[in-house]
Design a protein around this ligand. Structure first.
Ligand code: FES
Length: 56
């Protein structure tokens, strides 16, 4: 499913980037450009980040 419509980023892409060491939102923002346009996806992206980091 799409998390960020502005940049066309899916939850799978986000989860893959987090698994690749992107445990900071700042880094995900830089790598994928998630949340860099309207910012509406930030809360969802943050909750996916929290979910994935809690698994590790
Ligand atoms: Fe992600 Fe707009 S939906 S920046």
């Amino acid at each position: 499913m799409y998390v960020c419509l502005c940049k066309g980023i899916t939850d799978s892409q986000l989860r893959a980037a987090i698994k690749d060491g992107g445990s900071e939102f700042k880094r995900l923002k830089k790598e994928l450009a998630v949340g860099t346009q309207c910012g509406k996806c930030v809360p969802v992206a943050m909750s996916i980040l929290a979910e994935e980091t809690a698994k590790n």
